[in-house]
Design a protein around this ligand. Structure first.
Ligand SMILES: [Fe+2]
Length: 159
């Protein structure tokens, strides 16, 4: 599949009508913009910025995907298996690129990572997440912060 690296802008048509998930998705748009920014001004002094973006991306993958998947399980979402495979495939591709960057410090790998994230925004949020619209709601989605979700804290004890 051809990658589309043009960054889409957030707009209300992308809303899945679940506040916590919409906020996660908006954060992902901001993260994609940051990755594209560092990727298009490549120099080694940006290493700290790149590491920060990578850390946020990893937290996003852990926390946001868990939020969606727990809610899907709760409502017996019919496309849950396919949806989780799409999440896993994306997470695996990110892990590979991050490992490659941390081994070689080749800054063009960050360009590939930015492209992958932009592609995810184009295809997954717009086409795949939109399918659970109406089934996942504010009432059945865990609305703790992404950091809490990523830490895997038990909802019974988390703040
Ligand atoms: Fe998703």
């Amino acid at each position: 599949m051809e990658q589309n690296n043009t960054l889409p802008e957030w707009n209300d048509e992308l809303s899945v009508n679940v506040d916590a998930i919409d906020e996660d998705h908006k954060a992902f748009f901001r993260l994609a913009a940051l990755l594209q920014d560092v990727a298009s001004n490549l120099n080694n002094e940006q290493a700290y910025l790149i590491e920060t973006a990578i850390n946020i991306l990893e937290e996003y993958i852990e926390g946001h995907f868990l939020r969606e998947q727990l809610a899907m399980a709760k409502v017996d979402y019919p496309q849950m298996v396919e949806h989780i495979s799409a999440h896993d495939a994306f997470a695996d591709r990110v892990t590979l690129l991050v490992k490659e960057y941390r081994t070689n410090h080749d800054l063009t790998t960050i360009l590939a990572l930015a492209g992958l994230v932009a592609d995810w925004l184009h295809h997954h949020i717009q086409c795949v997440d939109s399918q659970y619209k109406g089934l996942l709601t504010n009432e059945n989605v865990d609305n703790r912060t992404m950091a809490c979700m990523a830490a895997g804290l038990d909802p019974e004890f988390a703040p």
